[in-house]
Structure formats: structure tokens, C-alpha cells
Design a protein around this ligand. Structure first.
Ligand code: CA
Length: 430
């Protein structure tokens, strides 16, 4: 649904917002921030500034004031519980408040550089999908060269229940995990720091209103239960994962940390960047009826450009730019977000406002678009050479991974997600 808030010609009295790569007036993502030393509160990113929502309430159009209140606390779960109509009302009011034609109110702003960003919501449950088919193929091929995709993949939006307590906001330190490692040549495992620490490029999906236990969300209604999107790095210890994952799936190889970008980009902001879900390759089965919705197939895909950068101690010391590891797009997902929601709830499981999904690693088909080092270095067998003279099989202590995402389309203003960063620190002593 495109409306006046999307007009590419629209400008703001916040000068830095005009032409801003991530946060022009057409985006208006929500987050939780602390101005220098003060208490956390809800805000909206606009250019290089953050609008304090509580302070803005008296200046907003009346129908939006209650929604703004839901978005002004220390966690945005009450905002995520709102429906699209309420979010749209707030978005329209915020666009009017910040519009170049409105009276400037710089007293409502904080310089983003002076603020700390927090997790935007209390995450009740976190589920990690596996919907990037090129990643599924690439990783499957390492274990089963002749049969990379298991027979369920094209029928089931495969996922596992992850760990919500260790999801952190961009910038939080990432501690290398200890765990059981058993290289193929060894007969028994040892406990110690992961030697094969990796990243995964994923899209994060914030759940909106949700459903009651025992009452599945039909796919045609799934969109109404998505409250927003972010970037997500599913840090993965491949050596721990490889030994522990059968038969019940990932555990310590994944549960030590997941980093997300702190801004919730709304479905409304992404409306101009919806695309048809790419048709399935010839010979693939059609989704079962509960996963099929014609409208979702027509407009349930997402045209989000994605990239991953690596900044090592060597690159930093020599003043070199970060090395681009991955250039991909959310259009490479095999399952739509609506299909994930319909499947997750298909057995009656309840989703709640502030639950988080990871899409699964979004690799592009070509090697410059692989979304993990496991794929880029072929399981560590083909190390990556960096401009600093360093090489990498997997991540070393001091390495920083930076995820970026943005959207561009004809007739629309470019918007972005901001960054999702994390520096790897040493494992705790064993
Ligand atoms: Ca993952």
C-alpha cells in the first residue's frame, strides 16, 4: 500500500535526512535508545538524528498519539502488538511532523552518534529458519555431494527453535564460545574454544500481534502478524555444530550469540520494495495448500540488497577498508515470510508480539554472494586472502563482521536498515 509517506520527493526539516542512505523521511524505523547517560526510550531514526517519541506525542495528530505511546517505552512489544492500521496512522503523523513544510522542532531530536541503541523489544521466542536455498544447497553439498537437499526441503520451511536470551543489539561484544570439538581425524572430542567461528547473513522478522495457542494463522492473514524487519547475524561455531547437531539440531554451536540491527523497519516502509516471489524451478513441487496464497506469491517477496563486510585487526592497522565477503539479496529466499508464519503456527504454536524469526542464511547463487565463511572457504579448505596479507578460514579474535541492508526501486526513495556489527573476542578460559 503506497501512500503520501512514500513520495520520493518528500523532504524533512531534519537536513541530514534528505538523501540519507538509510533513514530518509520515507523510512521512519522504530528503536529503543538512550541519549547520553539517560534512560532508554522509544525513538525513530531520521537522518543522523533520533526523534524522541514520548516528547513528540503532544505534536502528533490525535489518532496517532496512543500508538506513539505504545512505541515510547523501554521495549517496543506494545507497538508490535498493534495492527497495520495503527502503525500506518503513526507513520503518517510522524511524516507530517518531520516534513519540510512543518515547523522545525529540533528539541525533539538527539544526535544518533551520542546515543546508545538497545534491543528494540523483549524477545519471547526466537526461531531460525533455513529458507535460503543456495545456502542449503552449498552446505548440504559439503556433507552429501550427490544429494545436497534433503527430501523435505521443498515441502517444509525447515527451522529450529533458537535461543532468545543471547540475542544482542549491534555493537555488543561477541565472545567466542567454548564447546566440544571433534575433528574428523580424532576419535574423541575435547572441550575448548571454537576453531571454526562463522557468521550467517540473515533477515530478521519481528512478529506483530500473533495468535492464540491452538489457532493457526492462515497464510492469507500472515502478513498482518509481521511487525517489522531487521538484519540478523546468526554467529555459528561450525566445529561445535558439526559434532553436536545430530539428531536434534544446533545447540551450543548457535546459542552463544545472535546479533541484530537495532532498528525495526516496518512493513509499510518496505511496501515499495515488495516483489513477486520468484517462480520455483521447473520440477519443484508446488507448496502444500496451507502454504499457498496467490496474493503472497504476487507480492510476498522482498527486494532487499544485502552485504557483509569483514574488518580484521590487520586491515584496521593498515588503514585499509573492510573486505566485502558477501553481496546478496532477500529475493533469494525459497520461502516467503508469510509461508514461515503459516508453517510455524500450522500445528497450533502461538506467536507473540516481539518474537523473532531468522530467515536462514541468504546466499546468492554465485560465489561472491555466499552468506557464510563455511561456503566461501569451502569449509575452511580454501582460505581467503585479504588485502592486509592476512588469510582467513574462519573468524579470528578481533575480527568484526558488519551486515548492511538497503532497498532501491524506481520511483521510490532509497531506505536502509542501518548496520549490524559485532567484534569477536576471546573465549572464556577453560
Ligand atoms: Ca542460521
Amino acid at each position: 500500500m503506497i501512500d503520501a509517506t512514500h513520495q520520493p520527493s518528500r523532504r524533512s526539516w531534519v537536513a541530514s535526512a534528505n538523501g540519507h542512505a538509510d533513514f530518509p523521511i520515507q523510512n521512519l524505523p522504530f528503536g529503543v535508545f538512550s541519549p547520553h547517560g539517560a534512560r532508554p526510550r522509544g525513538g525513530v531514526a531520521i537522518g543522523d538524528a533520533i526523534l524522541d517519541l514520548e516528547a513528540a506525542i503532544p505534536h502528533l495528530a490525535r489518532p496517532a498519539q496512543a500508538v506513539a505511546e505504545a512505541a515510547s517505552g523501554t521495549a517496543l512489544n506494545p507497538l508490535l502488538a498493534q495492527g497495520a492500521a495503527e502503525r500506518r496512522a503513526l507513520r503518517a503523523a510522524l511524516a507530517d511532523l518531520l516534513d519540510a513544510a512543518a515547523p522545525p522542532r529540533p528539541e525533539l531530536l538527539h544526535r544518533a552518534a551520542d546515543c546508545t541503541l538497545h534491543l528494540p523489544a523483549r524477545i519471547g521466542d526466537y526461531t531460525d529458519f533455513f529458507a535460503g536455498i543456495h545456502h542449503a544447497n552449498n552446505t548440504g553439498r559439503q556433507f552429501r555431494p550427490d544429494n545436497p537437499l534433503l527430501p523435505n526441503y521443498k515441502y517444509v520451511p525447515v527451522a529450529y527453535h533458537g535461543r532468545a536470551s543471547s540475542v544482542v543489539a549491534s555493537g555488543a561484544p561477541v565472545r567466542r564460545p567454548n564447546g566440544q570439538r571433534k575433528p574428523a581425524a580424532e576419535t574423541v572430542p575435547t572441550f575448548g574454544p571454537s576453531r571454526n567461528l562463522d557468521y550467517e547473513l540473515e533477515l530478521g522478522i519481528w512478529i506483530g500481534p500473533g495468535n492464540k495457542l491452538g489457532e493457526p494463522i492462515p497464510i492469507a492473514e500472515a502478513g498482518a502478524h509481521v511487525g517489522g524487519f531487521c538484519l540478523l547475524n546468526d554467529w555459528s561455531a561450525r566445529d561445535i555444530q558439526g559434532w553436536e547437531y545430530q539428531p536434534l539440531g544446533p545447540f551450543l554451536g548457535k546459542n552463544f550469540c545472535t546479533t541484530i540491527s537495532p532498528w525495526i523497519v516496518t512493513p509499510e516502509a518496505l511496501a515499495p520494495f515488495r516483489i513477486a516471489q520468484p517462480p520455483r524451478p521447473e520440477g519443484d513441487p508446488a507448496p502444500l495448500a496451507y502454504l499457498w496464497d496467490a496474493a503472497d506469491q504476487r507480492g510476498g517477496g522482498l527486494d532487499i540488497d544485502l552485504e557483509v563486510l569483514l574488518l580484521t585487526p590487520g586491515l584496521r592497522e593498515q588503514g585499509l577498508v573492510a573486505h566485502r565477503l558477501t553481496r546478496s539479496s532477500a529475493r533469494h529466499l525459497y520461502w516467503t515470510v508469510a509461508q514461515m508464519v503459516a508453517h510455524h503456527t500450522g500445528g497450533g504454536c502461538n506467536l507473540q508480539p516481539g518474537d523473532l524469526f531468522g530467515s536462514g542464511t541468504i546466499s546468492a547463487p554465485s560465489a561472491d554472494g555466499f552468506g557464510s565463511l563455511l561456503e566461501i572457504t569451502n569449509g575452511g579448505r580454501q582460505p581467503l586472502a585479504l588485502e592486509s596479507g592476512e588469510t582467513r578460514r574462519f573468524l579470528e579474535d578481533g575480527d568484526e563482521i558488519i551486515l548492511r541492508g538497503w532497498c532501491e526501486a524506481p520511483g521510490a526513495a532509497r531506505i536502509g536498515f542501518g548496520e549490524c556489527r559485532g567484534v569477536v573476542g576471546p573465549a572464556p578460559p577453560v
